[in-house]
Design a protein around this ligand. Structure first.
Ligand SMILES: Cc1cc2nc3c(=O)[nH]c(=O)nc-3n(C[C@H](O)[C@H](O)[C@H](O)COP(=O)(O)OP(=O)(O)OC[C@H]3O[C@@H](n4cnc5c(N)ncnc54)[C@H](O)[C@@H]3O)c2cc1C
Length: 498
């Protein structure tokens, strides 16, 4: 097998991986950034809509809002790191280095700061409702032109190279070619787990690869039960797109198939209640009446949200008759357990962005804080890792030959996994359902293990990761009997959240 070497290996090209690469390269390290994406749209970052929150002059209030959204479970030390570094990181990287043209207010000079549900201040920098791509594309271009950074697209990491508790790089697969890539430090930035569910806002490759690889290598994960579902995702033509919270912030209301507005009876903040509350109510209204729409008739939808209006047109949705919505998987709060510099529990291993559990989100995430988390932790991890140099010892992985599945068998296993996750590990969970999920997931995992060796096609590796991530979520959910944040145990004797 061929091999290659750099100081730092970053896996993933969303905001977290790009920030880690920038941090390390600025400090003089040579960086290889391998991403399985073939185009920018392969990262959730590109799809981010609402924007990126900053502290402005009220850092304490920002921390309080995040902490409240997490039901009091976010980690105070992580919050300090996020909030103290927020404005400087956004200014340095996004504005001064990349030149992101955030929307300005009426005077055309100062920024326009938006507000979303559960934010008590106007603090969200945005570019219309398509902030992600306006950050992601210049970031990719900037690093593509950087002397010390090499970006390898269409290249998936399939396993970490572990020896004696340290990570020395990863096995990278590009087409049929597999190579050992050695590095002084490896940064996981592989994003979320949307593909574990039949409906998600994430792009298709969100199969939890980084989390699964880290777990296989022996790294700790945490908070895996906290999967956030977005309440308003339009699936009119089977191709889901998110209808931002900002639309409800502007006055849109949710109605069931009978035209009834149901949120005021559920929560005092009605449509602006916490995401998990709205998502469960939408799911229940859907089950009860068969359809839920977002009624945007009270304001000028196309004038206020031109990007979303264009998306509706693209998907054949006429907003004047209500936008049909369902909840869909959106964000994983947990992941590879890391410290305030993104260091995981194994040596020379970092994790940043959505695949990491920094403690910022605890049991639930405040809107528009994950781009910021990826930026801040990415920079910190890259800078911290920059001094690491590769060792000259090689690492070999023991593998047994797998037997490749047919396309039909692979598809059937993906469908089975998603069905199990939808039914038993979704918005509302029960101990019995979680046990059924675990039994089924073990069976799928056993099939997939028998199919897997380095030569297996990418879909097999992705399903293997998805199985591991799904099992970690179901295990964590089963172990936590307390309903808190986005983990909701549906049974009468569920102990109340503290
Ligand atoms: C529709 C939508 C709207 C959102 N809106 C907002 C918002 O307004 N504000 C906000 O803060 N957050 C928002 N979020 C959440 C936020 O976008 C994500 O949490 C964040 O962008 C994650 O960044 P990341 O770098 O960790 O992962 P991603 O951006 O998902 O990038 C992961 C990268 O890893 C690569 N990868 C995966 N597996 C492998 C592998 N095995 N080998 C190599 N590469 C791999 C992928 O190809 C991809 O390039 C939104 C998310 C979605 C989906």
């Amino acid at each position: 097998m061929t091999h290659s070497t750099t100081d730092i290996l970053v896996l993933g090209s969303g905001i977290a991986g790009l920030s880690a690469a920038l941090g390390a390269a600025r400090d003089g390290a040579s960086v290889t950034l391998a991403t399985k994406a073939t185009q920018p749209e392969g990262a959730s970052t590109w799809w981010a809509q609402g924007g990126i929150a900053v502290a402005r002059k009220a850092p304490r209030q920002f921390k309080e809002d995040i902490h409240t959204a997490s039901s009091g479970t976010s980690d105070p030390e992580a919050l300090d790191v996020l909030v103290q570094n927020a404005d400087a990181a956004v200014r340095d990287v996004l504005i001064d280095t990349l030149g992101v043209d955030f929307d300005t207010g009426g005077d055309g000079a100062s920024f326009h700061y938006g507000r979303e549900a559960a934010h008590s201040e106007d603090r969200i920098l945005h570019v219309d409702a398509s902030t992600g791509r306006h950050i992601h594309e210049p970031f990719l271009s900037h690093l593509a032109a950087h002397d010390r950074v090499e970006i390898r697209g269409d290249t998936a990491a399939i396993d970490l190279l572990e020896r004696d508790g340290d990570i020395h790089g990863a096995l990278l697969k590009s087409g049929d070619a597999v190579r050992h890539h050695y590095a002084g430090a490896t940064v996981l930035a592989t994003g979320g787990i949307g593909a574990l569910y039949s409906r998600s806002t994430n792009p298709g490759g969100a199969t939890g690869d980084g989390i699964a690889m880290a777990h296989r290598a022996g790294a700790a994960t945490a908070d895996m039960e906290f999967v956030q579902f977005h309440p308003t995702v339009c699936v009119a033509d089977g191709d889901p797109f998110l209808v931002s919270e900002a639309v409800r912030g502007e006055g849109a209301v949710l109605r069931d198939a009978n035209g009834e507005r149901f949120m005021p009876a559920v929560h005092e903040d009605a449509e602006l209640a916490p995401r998990d509350v709205v998502a469960r109510a939408v799911e229940q209204a859907h089950e009860r009446t068969g359809r839920v729409v977002l009624d945007v008739s009270s304001f000028d939808f196309a004038g206020t949200f031109p990007d979303l209006a264009a998306m509706c047109a693209e998907h054949g949705v006429d907003p004047s008759t209500g936008i049909p919505v369902v909840p869909a998987e959106h964000f994983l709060c947990g992941g590879v357990d890391v410290d305030t510099h993104g260091r995981a529990s194994l040596g020379r291993l970092y994790a940043v962005g959505e695949c990491a559990r920094t403690g910022v989100h605890g049991a639930n995430r405040l809107a528009s804080t994950s781009l910021l988390e990826g930026l801040v932790w990415g920079l910190r991890a890259g800078t911290d890792a920059a001094g690491a140099t590769p060792t000259d010892q090689e690492v070999s992985l023991s593998t047994t030959a797998g037997s490749p599945p047919s396309d039909a068998a692979l598809d059937a296993s993906v469908e089975r996994l998603q069905r199990v996750m939808d039914e038993h590990v979704g918005l509302r969970r029960t101990p019995d359902g979680l046990q059924r999920a675990l039994d089924a997931l073990h069976a799928v995992e056993a099939d997939v293990d028998a199919w897997t060796d380095p030569s297996a096609r990418r879909g097999v590796h992705e399903l293997r990761s998805a199985c591991t991530a799904a099992r970690l979520i179901a295990e964590a959910a089963k172990a936590n009997e307390t309903s808190v944040g986005c983990h909701y145990m549906e049974r009468s004797d569920s102990p109340p959240a503290s």
